[in-house]
Design a protein around this ligand. Structure first.
Ligand code: ADP
Ligand code: MG
Length: 477
């Protein structure tokens, strides 16, 4: 039998190394944490520099608020943060960080030094490192322009098991570049630089007008992304969704160019992914992935960001509302594009020319059909099968009946012409579009059978949105 061991409090370095297991997986996670701190410090310039994919060196420099000499010893301690002081503050937190453990964790598994100066005087500044098992902070004078530089050398030098998981320099740099891309897409007002092995990989000037934003997107994701994307900006029920969504003709084999931000925070969320997938469901082949850069803005108090240590997931107080808003906004944007409103060329309608802009995989019969005349049978095909029989108007009627049974108090119907849609006003084309959308919704959501009584299925009828949807760019400067 093994000898019984006494319970002891872990020494700080070991406790931090254990915590690092959750948040510090590879150089890219270090970059993410350091850049988040730089953003939270209100920086207008952020420079990321790496050597050997980040395994040898990661340095993040910013011109933000800096840290005063008195606070410096605490910066590298666990559970020490300047960002929240109470549970109430956590509930409405707007900063990217709040857990107060990133620097402590990173510093426990690398050689980390932080140099900072909160004053304009460039001869001022202090340096801090954490030493020994107790991670005692040692502070010494070190001149630095206003702002902060954090240098992380030899990541995982003291945790060989972790170091073994590091991949090649190229792969690790690829992950860092992806982290950088996400951060740079989250803040257009900040100027960014990424350097690897003394070469500049990205240099992005700040700019918040649409042209500057699009220039940045083209630099980070390629011109083709923008040339085949719709710009949208829609608002309803206190939610705003803006950004760029790729036309189905520009889908990809992997889900790589998908960026979703909630209040400036990069998020990979199941609810969001589901809403997007549903919106593209009828227009993309199985196995193809849409591209998008989308920003959701909501009141911080209705979203819980303290769900996951790396804060990639969020929880919405009214997930259904968010889901329906996303789904209906995207569905509508794609539907309007297809109906020929925002500048879809005639070549694409007929299938000609689609090859030029298609990356692959959009089957001609899977492209949107032009709106069917009311009463005629739907030419729409889904995954090679002919869709359910019955004319669109019959199906729309059945859908509306189900909808009204569920929401007897809901006056408006999906057939109401959309006031925000260009050219809306009850024309035959508007009606046909609305009918087609409702028919598609009916196929997607057989309402009466799958809906729990009392649960709102369409929390967000899409005609309650306001905003704009505009056409793909012919070219990007
Ligand atoms: N680049 C920076 N500029 C200014 N202050 C910083 C910077 N990086 C870290 N800090 C300070 O150090 C604290 C600890 O950082 P961190 O361990 O990442 O925890 P958190 O970001 O969760 O507060 C922050 O709360 C902040 O006060
Ligand atoms: Mg932080």
């Amino acid at each position: 039998m093994s000898e019984q061991r006494r319970i002891r409090v872990l020494d700080p370095r070991l406790a931090n190394q254990i915590a690092a297991g959750e948040v510090v997986e590879r150089p890219a996670s270090v970059v993410k944490e350091l850049v988040e701190n730089a953003i939270d410090a209100g920086s207008s310039r952020i420079e990321v520099e790496l050597e050997a994919g980040g395994a040898r060196l990661i340095r993040v420099r910013d011109d933000g608020s800096g840290i005063g000499e008195d606070d410096l010893p605490l910066a590298l301690s666990r559970h020490a943060t300047s960002k929240i002081v109470s549970l109430e503050e956590l509930e409405g937190v707007a900063s990217l960080g709040f857990r107060g453990e990133a620097l402590a964790s990173i510093s426990s598994v690398s050689r980390l030094e932080l140099v900072s100066n909160p004053a304009e005087d460039p001869t001022a500044g202090w340096r801090v490192v954490a030493e020994g098992r107790n991670m005692e902070p040692r502070v010494s004078p070190a001149p630095h322009p206003r702002g902060t530089s954090v240098t992380v050398r030899d990541l995982f030098f003291n945790t060989p098991a972790r170091r073994k998981f590091l991949r090649t320099e190229k792969t690790e740099f690829g992950h860092v570049e992806e982290a950088f891309r996400r951060q740079a897409l989250s803040r257009y007002d900040i100027g960014w630089t990424l350097r690897h092995n003394h070469k500049t990989v990205h240099q992005l000037r700040p700019g918040e007008d649409v042209a500057s934003r699009e220039r940045r997107i083209a630099a980070l994701l390629g011109k083709a992304f923008l040339e085949h994307a719709l710009h949208l900006d829609l608002e309803a029920s206190g939610l705003r969704l803006w950004g760029w969504v790729g036309l189905p003709t520009h889908s990809r084999a992997q889900a790589d160019q998908q960026y979703f931000f909630v209040n400036g925070r990069v998020v990979r969320d199941r609810l969001v992914a589901h809403a997007v997938r549903q919106a593209y469901r009828d227009v993309l082949f199985h196995g193809r992935h849409p591209v998008f850069v989308l920003y959701l803005e909501v009141d911080p108090s209705v979203v819980d960001v303290n769900v996951h240590p790396t804060k990639h997931e969020v929880r919405f107080r009214d997930g259904r509302l968010v889901h329906d808003f996303l789904f209906s906004s995207l569905h509508r944007a794609l539907g309007e594009a297809r109906a020929g409103q925002p500048g879809i060329g005639p070549g694409e309608e007929t299938g000609e020319g689609a090859d030029e802009i298609s990356e692959a995989g959009v089957a001609p019969q899977r492209a949107w059909p032009s709106p069917p005349d009311a009463g005629s049978s739907s030419p729409c095909r889904c995954r090679g099968e002919r869709r359910a029989s019955g004319s669109p108007s019959d199906r729309v009627r059945a859908f509306m009946e189900g909808y009204r049974n569920l929401h007897p108090d809901h006056e408006e119907t999906l057939l109401t012409p959309q006031p925000a849609a260009p050219g809306a006003g009850g024309t035959a084309a508007d009606l046909a579009l609305a009918e087609r959308q409702a028919a598609q919704a009916l196929q997607r959501e057989p309402l009466p059978s799958r809906t729990t009584p009392g649960r709102r299925r369409w929390a967000m009828p899409w005609h309650s949105c306001t905003g704009s949807i505009s056409s793909p760019r012919a070219s990007v400067a």
